[in-house]
Each structure stands twice: as C-alpha cells, then as structure tokens.
Design a protein around this ligand. Structure first.
Ligand SMILES: Nc1ncnc2c1ncn2[C@@H]1O[C@H](COP(=O)(O)OP(=O)(O)OP(=O)(O)O)[C@@H](O)[C@H]1O
Ligand SMILES: [Mg+2]
Length: 259
C-alpha cells in the first residue's frame, strides 16, 4: 500500500486575493490558494483561464509586460523566512533564482550545453570559475541528463532532442538552487516516452521542492499530482486531492470542464 502522506503540510506558498490585469483587463480575479513543500500541485484549466499568468505572478514575471498590474498578496517561505513578494523589496534576481521557472517551450541560449548552465552560475551567482564544472555536473545529474550528455558538454545545446532540451532547462533552474519550481506545460511538445521521462524527473524532485506544474493532460495530472487546482476564467473553480483525481466520476466531470 502507498505510504500515507502527512495531511495538512505547512504551506510554503500562500496566495491571497490575487488580481492580475493587463492594460486594464483583469485576467486573474481574487484568487487564493496555497501550496505545500514536498508536493506537486498540478494546475488544469482551459486555454486562456490564467494558468501561465498565475505562475508568473509567483516570481513577479508579469511585470516584464508593460501595462500589467498586480494586487493582493503572495507570500513565499524562502530560506525559512516568509517573504511578502509584492510588499517587500526583495531583489528580483534573488526572487527568480529562488522561484525557478521552466517555460512551455525550452528557451536555451545559442551556446554549448555546458555554457547554458555555466553562464547563469557566473552571472547570477557570481560563482568562481573553478567551482562551475562541479556545479554543472551536479545539476545535469539532478535533471537525469548527465549520462546522455557527459561526453558532449561542448556541443551546441540546440543539438539536443526536445525532451533533453526541456531537462536542460530544468537543470539550469536547479543549478541556481531554487526552493520553488514553476513548470508550465513541460511536456507540451514531447512524445509520450520523453514526457514520461520528464514526469519521472519531477516526481524524483518533489521531496526537495514545492512544485507547481501546469498541464493540459488529465492523465498526466493523475500520474503527477498530490493536489490539483482547476482554473476557470481566472479563478480557482475547484481543488482536488490525489484521491479525487483518481475517481472515475471526477474524471468525467473534469473532462467536461477542461476540454
Ligand atoms: N502579456 C499579456 N498581455 C496581455 N494579455 C495577456 C498577457 N498574458 C496573458 N494575457 C491574457 O490573460 C489571459 C490568460 O492568459 P494565460 O496565458 O495566463 O492563460 P493560460 O491558461 O496559460 O492559457 P494556455 O493554456 O493557452 O497557455 C488571456 O486572456 C490572455 O490573453
Ligand atoms: Mg499558458
């Protein structure tokens, strides 16, 4: 039998009354949710329901778009301390390093596999040159990519397959030692086998991070999620437990809601 998870884990992310708008049009309305460490929460919902906007609200990435406005509170437990990210002057590079994000399409730099990891280590962390190779190898191992690339670290990153590129993006985030991982449809452009590999990776990471993942696949949500949030028109319509997700009648209701 599966080991029982501790109930009511102390959350590490608390979102209260979050509103986000672009050019005066509100797309997230009074959204409240919380997320626990050691768990994967999957966000499901129709296209345009605000899933990506929500992820970006957790590391203040919406601010990259002119005309965006955010109200409400997002509190994150980072290095054991609660930080109110819209009220405190937390440096954005520090915030985005601690709240790492992997986008739907891999955004790799047009440099080698190793340099994709080494550059942020140098530029964001200011790591001395001699410490970089060990850190690069560590991140590639953590992202289950090391064995596939160890003999071609100097090859251009774009020569990797789609699934490998996605894992390299994850490795790049992991190298910066985040505490919260945001993953936006990490398997959207991958075949089934490559998707399963990314899923396995996320499952192996969840003990050590708070993971919030957007997915368009209900079967993926059932494989990954400890909890799921169903987004509808910029709000959370429903929160489901792992057990709810496995129930056949929930499945039918969700299929109708999402697709
Ligand atoms: N930078 C932006 N400027 C203006 N409007 C935006 C911006 N980003 C998102 N929106 C709008 O916010 C709404 C939610 O978009 P979002 O990308 O969060 O949806 P989503 O649930 O991630 O959709 P999908 O499943 O298609 O990725 C949409 O109406 C979208 O047009
Ligand atoms: Mg999206």
């Amino acid at each position: 039998m599966e080991a029982k998870r501790p109930v009511d884990l102390e959350p590490s992310v608390r979102v209260e009354h979050l509103h986000v708008s672009f050019g005066g049009r509100e797309v997230l309305h009074d959204l409240s949710a919380q997320f626990a460490p050691g768990e994967i929460t999957v966000i499901l919902g129709r296209s345009g329901s605000g899933k990506s906007t929500f992820l970006r609200a957790l590391n203040r990435l919406n601010e990259c778009f002119p005309g965006s406005a955010t109200r409400g509170s997002v509190r994150l437990k980072l290095q054991g301390q609660w930080r109110d990210i819209y009220r405190e002057a937390l440096p954005l590079t520090e915030l985005r390093r601690r709240v790492g994000m992997v986008m739907q399409t891999p955004h790799l730099l047009p440099v080698s596999i190793a340099a994709n990891l080494a550059l942020p280590l140098k530029l964001v962390l200011g790591l001395p040159r001699r410490e970089i190779p060990a850190r690069v190898a560590g991140a590639l191992k953590e992202a289950h990519l090391w064995e596939e690339v160890a003999d071609r670290l100097d090859a251009p990153a774009h020569t990797l397959s789609g699934g490998q590129q996605q894992r390299l993006c994850l490795a790049r985030v992991l190298a910066l030692e985040p505490e919260i991982l945001l993953v936006d449809e990490p398997t959207a452009s991958l075949d089934f086998r490559a998707s399963l590999k990314v899923e396995e990776l996320l499952l192996s990471l969840k003990e050590r991070y708070t993971i919030i993942a957007v997915s368009h696949s209900l079967s993926q949500a059932r494989r990954l999620a400890d909890a799921a949030l169903i987004f509808r028109d910029g709000s959370v319509a429903e929160r489901l437990s792992r057990e709810d997700l496995q129930a056949p009648d929930t499945l039918q209701a969700l299929l109708e809601e999402i697709f």
